[in-house]
Design a protein around this ligand. Structure first.
Ligand code: UGA
Length: 434
């Protein structure tokens, strides 16, 4: 099949490369000339394990190409995916759909023959109806269907999430469009991936409900972690104890500094706004957003307390800046709140992150960036782990202790074991563990 992907951001690029790897012929379109020029040279603008090779292979096989000119790509396509950004609109938290509607207009003016227009961007309930109306207005004669097909991939695991998903959701009631979507995802049928065909609005809501639920689950365990600290219980054991109940599930019960990233913060806000606008507010989501925002400040206080209540003039080494490991993405990363809060109290911050420092340099002020973890902790008054990169999991603790001015470790991701750290002579503080 011929597939066109509008938008070469995270979702567009990964989905485009994976569809090409399924054997479809994929053209990725983006207005950003610099980005397309880089992609044409094989340079991948984001850090995602496996993506560079996947793109390279499929370009070489002639199944994947990049262009700034949408005309031929849209004219010849069986399916055109809208995978543009939907950032939070400034001021009110609503998803900004400008790019989605611009793409819809563009598709309308260029499409030729029966075309399935698929929204893959995370869009509020009812957006598909608007996209359909936009296209119909411009091309009353056109043969097309608008389908919702939300994406559930995680950064850092995006390719395996795309190729081995828990499920695929397809929102349309038109049989002809369902047939096209079935053909597109045929390789997954062979793996027996459940494909849920549903009405378009339901599909749009499934995406927000999934992200909202996961954000709530993390926030729940974070609050349980606080209670564990107060009563002397262990959150990891609580998580295991509840997670083995299949109704709860083991995943997404890792307590930490609060969720971040390009999705949960934005999508919970958008869900909250949509629900309010329809006079059906979701109080659990509202509370989740409030608790998670407050948590980042709370983490700064936790660090200050671990340093005896005063960080003025002290040097704090921060290991890990990105919102999670295996990405260079700094969007809404907890570090962006924690680091300035420490600086406001007079701390000097030195940081190291394996992939995120380039991005962090634009977002954090007055931070000294180190070339590696040991360089980062040298003569520091404490070290704080904010992101659980694998390379931080097995550091040479004796070397780290020797390098530090004081053996204080604040582990916001529970990477190390408290007994082990105590035995090594560290003053060790983690999340929700005695
Ligand atoms: C999330 C969802 O997991 C994907 O299914 C979805 O497709 C994506 O949003 C999206 O809407 O595009 P992502 O933002 O890449 O994916 O990252 P996650 O792995 O979900 O982590 C989000 C945040 O939650 C991170 O800050 C992470 O550290 C935090 N988290 C996650 C925890 O604090 N504890 C956990 O147990 C799990």
């Amino acid at each position: 099949m011929r597939v066109t992907m509008i938008g070469t951001g995270y979702v567009g690029l990964v989905s485009g490369a994976c569809f090409a790897d399924f054997g479809h012929t994929v053209t990725c379109v983006d207005k950003d000339e610099g980005k397309i020029a880089r992609l044409q040279k094989g340079e991948i603008p984001i850090f995602e394990p496996g993506l560079e090779d996947l793109v390279k292979d499929n370009v070489e096989q002639g199944r994947l190409s990049f262009t700034t000119d949408p005309s031929a790509a849209i004219r010849d396509a069986d399916a055109v995916f809208i995978a543009v950004g939907t950032p939070s609109r400034r001021g009110d938290g609503h998803a900004d759909l400008t790019y989605v509607y611009t793409a819809a207009e563009e598709i309308a003016s260029l499409m030729n023959g029966y075309t399935v227009v698929v929204t893959k961007s995370t869009v509020p309930v009812g957006t598909g109806d608007e996209v359909e109306a936009t296209i119909k207005k411009k091309r009353p004669d056109a043969e097309f269907a608008v389908v919702s097909n939300p994406e559930f991939l995680r950064e850092g695991a995006a390719i395996s999430d795309f190729k081995r998903p828990d499920r695929v959701v397809v929102g349309t009631e038109e049989e002809r469009a369902r047939e096209v979507m079935r053909d597109l995802y045929r390789p997954l049928f062979l793996n027996e991936t459940p494909i849920i065909f549903t009405e378009r609005r339901t599909s749009e809501l499934i995406k927000y409900a999934a992200n909202g639920f996961l954000a709530m689950k993390i926030t729940f365990i974070n609050e349980i972690a606080d209670l564990c600290e107060a009563v002397g219980a262990n959150v990891q054991e609580v998580a295991r104890g509840i997670g083995l109940d299949n109704r709860i599930g083991k995943k997404f019960l890792n307590a930490g500094p609060g969720y971040g990233g390009s999705c949960f913060p934005k999508d919970t806000l958008a869900l909250m706004k949509t629900a309010r606008d329809h006079k059906a507010p979701i109080e659990l989501i509202e509370t989740t957003v409030r608790v998670n925002t407050a948590r980042k400040q709370k983490m700064a206080q936790k660090i200050i307390d671990a340093l005896g209540g005063n960080v003025s003039g002290k040097t704090i080494a921060v290991l890990g800046l990105t919102f999670k490991p295996n990405t260079d993405d700094m969007r809404d990363a907890p570090a962006l709140d924690i680091v300035p809060a420490l600086q406001d109290e007079g701390a000097r911050v030195r940081a190291f992150d394996p992939e995120g420092m380039e991005e962090a340099k634009h977002l954090l002020k007055d931070v000294a960036f180190a070339s590696g973890p040991y360089d980062c902790v040298q003569d520091a008054d404490a070290v704080v782990f904010i992101t659980e990169w694998d390379q931080f999991r097995a550091l040479d603790l004796d070397r780290m202790k020797k390098a530090l001015k004081a053996p204080v470790v604040i582990d916001l991701r529970n990477i190390y074991r408290p007994q082990e750290m105590a035995a090594k002579g560290f003053r060790y503080v983690s999340v929700g563990r005695p």
